[in-house]
Structure formats: C-alpha cells, structure tokens
Design a protein around this ligand. Structure first.
Ligand code: E4P
Length: 227
C-alpha cells in the first residue's frame, strides 16, 4: 500500500521525505488555508519536494469552474492530480478533465454508490473519508471493503485512496483490506514509526555497549588506527 502525507506544510513534507516514507501528497482547501501562503507558489514548492502524485483541490461549485481550475493546477507540474468533489458537477468535471488526459481524485466520497459513479466517470483516485464516517457512528472501513469489492467485480482501475485517516489502526485496516493508498496527517505517520519496545530495546543495547572499554568500541579496523 502506498502512503501519502495529508498536508500542505513544507516542514512536515520535508521531514517525511527524509524518512523515505511517502509516495505522494494530498491537500485540500482547509490544509492550504492553514499555511497562510499564496496558493500556487506553495503547490509549486510541494511539487519540487515530492516525487509522486500531489492532489490539489478545485474550489468552484460548477463543472466549468472546476475544469478551468483543474487545467490551471495540472499545468503546474505533471505530478499534480486534480481533486473534484463527489457532486453531479464534480462528476461532469471529472469526465471532461479525464478526457483531456488530466488525472482526477474524486474527493468527499461517503458511499459506495458514489465511488461506483466516480469510477465510471474515469476518476484516477477515489477518496473515501473514513474518519468523518466514524465520527457519525458509521463504520468507515466497511465503505473501503465495499468499494474494493465493487471495483474488483467490474475491474475498475480507479485507485482507492483511504482519506480522513485519524490513527494507526485505520492504516492497518486499510492495508489488510488491500486499499491502494492511505493518506494521513503527519501525526499519524509519526505514530506508525513509534513502538515502546523499540525505544526500550535501543536503550538497553546502547547501555550494554557503553560497558565495553574504549579500545574495544572502535569502528575502525585495528590496522587503520594511528599510533
Ligand atoms: C484528503 O484528501 C482529505 O481531504 C483529508 O484526508 C480529510 O481529512 P479530515 O477528515 O481529517 O479533514
């Protein structure tokens, strides 16, 4: 399963890239607004830092506006994927952008039937929002399972991008189901790395190592040492 970072924050993006942990980025208008930066230069800077799909959302309500914005952001960099909402207008825009060779991520997906329509419109990614479903007492992961079954039944190539991820168990479940991608905030990515037994184990190894005499701890072979 690929891992995307759900962030428009350059510091977080640079840090995650250093770990070799991420395959792409997702942004949305709320994440961009948090950065208090001019939008297009920010997207350009993200594209310079990550070698993978960068999802950038349109903000029009009508298909014509989405197509116009989509073409503009897709022109920034070949890795840009245009995000359109799962509305009638969004489906229309998805069909048109896809016909022009522009990849679309259909976002704000909350039902399997929406996901079916997104695939038929030619979406490259479908973004089901599992955390927001959990928030209203609906099982977000059940939606991922349904979409996986439907796409397999009809051999749709639209990739399932699990979004609105809130904790590591969401990531684990997405991988068990076989989702193509999970996108997550920086805090969840960090939580995937951490394990108390790793920290305790490392402390013990290093303490034991310290008990060796200095001459026994040298990393250079004896013949290369001076004196
Ligand atoms: C990503 O594409 C989505 O916009 C994002 O995961 C939504 O997450 P949220 O529900 O935590 O805002």
């Amino acid at each position: 399963m690929k891992i995307f970072l759900d962030s428009a924050n350059l510091k977080e993006i640079e840090e995650a890239v250093k770990w070799g942990a991420i395959d792409g980025i997702t942004t949305n208008p709320s994440l961009v607004a948090k950065e208090h930066r001019e939008f297009l230069p920010l997207i350009q800077e993200i594209c310079q830092r990550v070698n993978g799909p960068i999802s950038v959302e349109t903000v029009s309500r009508d298909a014509a506006g989405m197509v116009e914005e989509g073409k503009l952001v897709a022109g920034i960099h070949p890795n840009v994927v245009v995000k359109c909402p799962l509305t009638k207008e969004g489906l229309t825009a998805t069909r048109q952008l896809t016909a022009q060779g522009i990849r679309v991520n259909m976002t704000l997906c909350f039902s399997a039937t929406q996901a079916l329509l997104a695939a038929k419109a030619g979406a490259y990614f479908i973004s089901p929002f599992i955390g927001r479903l959990d928030d209203i007492s609906q099982e977000g992961m059940a939606l991922i399972r349904d979409i996986k079954t439907i796409y397999a039944n009809y051999r749709f190539t639209t990739q399932i991008l699990v979004a609105s991820v809130r904790h590591p168990i969401h990531v684990l479940e997405a991988a068990r189901i076989g989702a193509d991608i999970a996108t997550m905030p920086f805090g969840v990515l960090e939580a995937l790395v951490k394990h108390p037994l790793t920290d305790i184990g490392l402390e013990r190894f290093l303490r034991d190592w310290e008990s060796l005499p200095a001459e026994a701890k040298q990393f250079k072979p004896a013949r290369q040492r001076v004196g």
